[in-house]
Design a protein around this ligand. Structure first.
Ligand code: UD1
Length: 426
């Protein structure tokens, strides 16, 4: 268990470079199952979730290596196994991404049903419905989802909700299906566009990724690919908010500004100056922070993965903000922790009513999921005194490549507390 101590009150200053996107890299790694030969994927963040996906690929018979810094090479031969191990899939929900490609490639996939997680029950019914529309016979047996299809066949799929993961799983499966698949009400997140670009380079025929209608003409096989993952828009946003709450001035490099627009709009309304320069943004807060209302929605709406960090910023803004969470049912765990730091927040159903305070106070806090953990670091940077954050390896480091180091590089006072028990064991 890694614990960090954040001493608040330091203004962040300087430049920081954003890593490649975890949420783009995970489905792209799964998509290598569809290919033949050796693929190289660059700008892959060095994270536990990526290691888990590499392990999943290996158990399916692929050879996959992480080459430092930030490249994953995958070798795919003709033979691919069908069963994903329970221990790995239950560790990381994104392992379910292998369902579509495995089924399309081998005609059979047996993948454990992922459980819920701290932010909600997170079912996979939309993934399954989509695969069934492509002709798969899907059964649930002893906690595993088992899907069979001699050959998937293209169809028109109307998604009940624009699920990111389901859109990705269906695009991957449809790439090797017979005929045309049309996904209506598809998710439009930039990570889906990156996946489609990877697959198109490999020989797939996907049009419309990034819009609500995606058309896929199935092809018979896909080749190996060289691909560079897009910058992580959630990491970029987290760094932008960290800079803002510290009232510093920071240049956040390696961003795709169009991916950040929903966030930039709200940050500007909250009184933050966001200077946009091609692939970088400069953050400054000329006056105070102001209240704004936020409603999370699928892209191009405000991202749910930025809600905890934005809510933390609004806890320090003048006035009252309403933060509504429409994507996940239980994504306000950070609220209790922020209240322990002196924030004034009231929960009403799926909304948080945030009345800004002038200061937060440092306290020992817990991070119970990835983005809530990042929110705790942000709160600690702005707070008076010391904030102790536990379990950063279980949560924050699963999704952020060296976030504490990057913030230290900008002048944050963050140190790691060694676990005394570790010394006892040595
Ligand atoms: C992805 C992101 C995650 C982000 C989320 C929403 C990855 C690896 N993760 O997760 O960081 O927070 O998008 O932007 O890319 N749902 C169903 N049935 C389904 C699928 C989803 O009811 O079959 C529900 C979920 O429970 C949730 C909502 O739809 O309430 C959004 O989920 P989805 O868009 O699928 O998110 P993920 O792909 O899991």
């Amino acid at each position: 268990m890694r614990r960090i101590l954040v001493v608040g009150g330091k203004k962040l200053k300087g430049e920081v470079t954003v890593s490649g996107s975890k949420n783009a890299a995970l489905p792209i790694l799964a998509a290598t199952i569809l290919t033949h030969g050796i693929s190289s994927i660059r700008s892959v963040p060095d994270l536990l979730d990526i290691v888990t996906m590499i392990r999943v690929l290996r158990t399916l018979g692929l050879r996959a290596e992480y080459l430092k810094p930030n490249t994953v090479r995958v070798w795919v031969n003709d033979y691919v196994k069908h069963v994903a191990p329970y221990e790995l899939v239950t560790k990381m929900r994104a392992s379910f991404f292998i369902m579509g490609p495995l089924l399309a490639r081998t005609g059979f996939a047996k993948v454990p049903l992922p459980g819920g997680c701290a932010i909600g029950s997170r079912p996979v019914n939309i993934h399954i419905k989509g695969l069934e529309s492509l002709g798969a016979k899907v059964e649930l047996e002893h906690g595993f989802v088992i899907a069979r299809a001699k050959k998937l066949k293209g169809d028109r799929i109307l998604m009940d909700f624009p699920s990111v993961g389901a859109t990705e799983n269906i695009i991957m499966a449809a790439s090797l299906a017979e005929g045309e698949t049309v996904i209506e009400n598809a998710a439009r997140e930039p990570e889906i566009v990156d996946l489609a670009e990877f697959l198109n380079k490999a020989g797939a025929r996907i049009e419309g990724a990034g819009t609500e209608t995606v058309r896929i003409q199935g092809v018979s096989s896909l080749q190996s690919v060289e691909h560079t993952i897009i910058p992580d828009r959630i990491e970029a946003g987290t760094l932008m908010i960290a800079a803002a709450v510290s009232h510093g001035e920071v240049l956040v490099k390696n961003v795709n500004v169009s991916h950040l627009e929903p966030l930039i709009t709200k940050l500007r309304q909250a009184g933050i100056m966001v200077g946009v320069e091609v692939d970088q943004v400069r953050i400054r807060v000329p006056d105070g922070l102001k209240a704004v209302d936020i409603k999370t929605q699928p892209f191009p709406g405000f991202p749910t993965d930025m809600q905890p960090q934005m809510l933390t910023l609004l806890a320090l803004a003048q006035g009252t903000s309403v933060v509504s969470e429409t994507v996940f049912e239980n994504r306000f765990m950070h609220v209790q922790e922020l209240k322990r730091m002196g924030a004034e927040i009231r929960l009403e159903g799926r909304s948080a009513i945030v009345t800004g305070v002038s200061k937060l106070q440092g306290a020992p806090v817990k991070s119970r999921d990835l983005r809530a953990g990042a929110a705790m670091i942000i709160a600690g940077l702005a707070a008076e005194g010391e904030t102790l954050i536990e379990d950063i390896d279980r949560f924050i480091e699963r999704g952020y490549e060296g976030l504490d180091k990057k913030l230290i590089g900008l002048g944050a006072d963050i140190s790691e507390l060694r676990n005394i028990a570790e010394y006892d064991e040595e």
